[in-house]
Ligand binder design. Structure first.
Ligand code: HEC
Ligand code: HEC
Length: 293
């Protein structure tokens, strides 16, 4: 009978829809981002990183980049960079979250682990001209971010988000560009939770012996590993770019293995011990030592 009375029907339908909405969309705010989700190591953003995050949103980077490493093994291998898949606790300071739903470009949730260089040289070159490091890239140039950062609201933002900050953090913003801010943000992503470093790297060099003695057997694998992991810094033909030329090396094979495995992070050479297994690193070492000069 009720359905014959439109007013009652509309009111009841509204109530039913509101109950559903409350349970699925409003109530969860009660139990997300609580103490249980927090991960002790994950720290809020500094004023500079927060400004970078806001620029990331302003420029719509999230239209091409997701920020969540799914639990699939393939995702962890591809985008974990030695870390694991994304945990909810990694996002407790993200307002709004930038998980995204589109991967025109790679996932950036852990990008800070991939390019640990404190000077951010790779990022700067890539942001200014993506094709100069990844020739096939369709990412647009962001060279226009090389302009002074607007810090009018920096302190207010920190207060509003209740993130801790010091006067030194605010002073640090002086003279910074938008580029500095976005790079500071990218460098933080994924770096809070410590990743385990390669064990092999800790061995004495004498114990490290290249299992491959001729290039032919490994050339194909080595070339493809090189193009995927090394070319954007050392050049497509190993001629050198952000990093030195890798056409041969005066270093011993054991030393090269250690360099690739442990990296020289202070100078911009990432550690690959967490992402490439020993066999793969030896293949690369073989390519550097014996590949075409
Ligand atoms: C039109 C789509 C598009 C937009 C917009 C875009 N990117 Fe990209 N981005 C890509 C693609 C494709 C790649 C992979 C090729 C490359 O490295 O350039 C990439 C790569 C990257 C990488 C390197 C990832 C890696 O694993 O080496 C970073 C960092 C990055 N983008 C940051 C940004 C930031 C920050 C913005 C916004 C200011 C942005 N991107 C906007 C498409 C895009
Ligand atoms: C993000 C940029 C970057 C990537 C990616 C990168 N490197 Fe490097 N690499 C550097 C820089 C910069 C240096 C110079 C470090 C220094 O001068 O202390 C370097 C130095 C090296 C050296 C020491 C060279 C020497 O003669 O002393 C080797 C070997 C090396 N890289 C191998 C590799 C391999 C193999 C890969 C890929 C698995 C790789 N690099 C990926 C930036 C990079």
């Amino acid at each position: 009978m009720l359905e014959k009375n439109p007013v009652v029907f509309i009111i009841l339908a509204f109530v039913v829809i509101m109950v559903g909405t409350t349970i699925t969309m409003i109530a969860p705010f009660k139990w997300i981002n609580g103490a249980g989700d927090k991960i002790a190591e994950v720290k809020p953003y500094t004023p500079l990183q927060q400004e970078g995050r806001d620029l990331y949103m302003r420029e719509g980077c999230n239209n091409c980049h997701s920020q969540t490493v799914r639990t699939l093994a393939s995702d962890v291998e591809r985008y974990g960079y030695g870390g694991s898949y994304s945990k909810s606790g990694e996002f407790v300071y993200d307002r709004p979250h930038l998980w995204g739903s589109r991967r025109t470009g790679p996932d950036l949730a852990h990008i800070g682990l991939k390019y640990p260089d404190p000077k951010g040289a790779w990022h700067k070159k890539h942001m200014e001209n993506p094709q100069s490091v990844v020739p096939a890239s369709n990412m647009p140039s962001y060279a226009f971010l090389n302009k002074p950062l607007d810090t009018t609201y920096s302190e207010r933002k920190m207060k509003l988000l209740s993130f801790p900050y010091t006067q030194a953090d605010l002073d640090d913003l002086k003279g910074k560009t938008e580029m500095d801010a976005i790079i500071a943000y990218l460098r933080k992503l994924g770096t809070d939770i410590p990743v385990k470093k390669a064990e092999a790297a800790a061995q004495a060099p004498a114990a490290l012996k290249n299992p491959f003695t001729d290039l032919q057997t490994v050339a194909k694998d080595a070339e493809s590993l090189y193009m995927q992991n090394c070319a954007s810094c050392h050049g497509d033909k190993r001629e050198g770019n952000l990093g030195p030329s890798l056409k041969g090396s005066a270093k011993s094979e054991a030393d090269l293995f250690k360099t690739v495995s442990q990296g020289i992070e202070a100078n911009g050479m990432p550690a690959f011990g967490g992402t490439l297994d020993e066999q793969k690193i030896w293949k690369l070492v073989t390519l550097i030592k014996l590949g075409a000069k």
